[in-house]
Design a protein around this ligand. Structure first.
Ligand SMILES: NC(=O)c1ccc[n+]([C@@H]2O[C@H](COP(=O)([O-])OP(=O)(O)OC[C@H]3O[C@@H](n4cnc5c(N)ncnc54)[C@H](OP(=O)(O)O)[C@@H]3O)[C@@H](O)[C@H]2O)c1
Length: 234
């Protein structure tokens, strides 16, 4: 296939799940743009060839607006936006934690979706995919703020699906455990694995597969995919 004229934007795409999806989408011939807050030489070396990088910090409204302005100034045509950027803060980290997570999980997707819908060419497939969290299914006594901000993201997903249909499909993927963090100890890992029926750390390829499921299916919008290894069965 010839080089596509449209791009897939992955926020927070310089590491872990976002980086894996950037690599896989690039391999499949998509043009990929990632956002991240910083790019040093070590990180730059891990990026797949051809991936464009836009620097943006979603901690403030001007920071989010900066990414939107860069997309407009470069006259980017979009095939998809994947809202992958996230932070995970504990309720013990103080009352401002909710505000910080709100900025990344809700304010940024709200502003980007509102101001970038016009960058999707009319008459061509268009997708917005939000990465939420399976924890929102039940709530969390220990992570009230995180859970609320991710639930808000899922709410945004449904409302934008209604607003942007039929031109742009908007969906949400709610993962449970996908990848451990380097600092997770054996005890934590064992407890986390025991929570799902599948009992495994699947790795980021399952997120890529879920993204492809939404990109390739013309009849899904306003949906949430629980990518949880059967965690709801236990
Ligand atoms: N990993 C899992 O097992 C799991 C489970 C459930 C849900 N999820 C969801 O899946 C997605 C990917 O997970 P992950 O573990 O790969 O994520 P991650 O590495 O923890 O974070 C992804 C990116 O978010 C960006 N980010 C954080 N704060 C930001 C800010 N203020 N402004 C702009 N970008 C910011 C970071 O970008 P920088 O490069 O700038 O630091 C980071 O690379 C997330 O939405 C996560 O909530 C993951």
């Amino acid at each position: 296939m010839g080089k596509p004229s449209t791009s897939i934007l992955i926020t927070g795409g310089a590491q872990r799940i976002g980086l894996h999806c950037a690599k896989r989408l690039s391999e499949e011939g998509y043009r990929v743009i990632i956002s991240c807050r910083e790019l040093d030489a070590q990180r730059a070396a891990t990026l797949p060839p051809g991936v464009e990088v836009l620097l943006a910090d979603f901690s403030t409204v001007p920071g989010i607006q900066g990414l939107i302005d860069q997309l407009h100034e470069r006259d980017i045509r979009l095939r998809a936006i994947i809202h992958n950027a996230a932070i995970w803060l504990d309720d013990q980290q103080g009352p401002a934690a909710l505000q910080q997570m709100f900025m990344v999980h809700m304010q940024a997707p709200y502003m980007i979706n509102s101001q970038c819908a016009g960058l999707f060419p009319a008459g061509e497939p268009g997708d917005i995919i939000h990465l939420g969290d399976d924890i929102t299914r039940k709530g969390s006594a220990r992570h009230v703020a995180y859970c609320a901000s991710k639930a808000g993201l899922e709410g945004l997903s449904r409302s934008f699906a209604a607003k942007l249909a039929p031109g742009i499909k908007v969906n949400c993927i709610n993962p449970a455990l996908i990848m451990f963090n380097d600092g997770d100890d054996e005890d934590y890992r064992a407890r986390a694995l025991a929570k799902s029926a599948m009992g495994m750390e699947p790795g980021p390829e399952v997120v890529y597969q879920s993204i492809r499921y939404f990109l390739d299916n013309p009849y899904l919008t306003g949906s949430t995919l629980p990518l949880n290894g059967g965690r709801h069965l236990k």
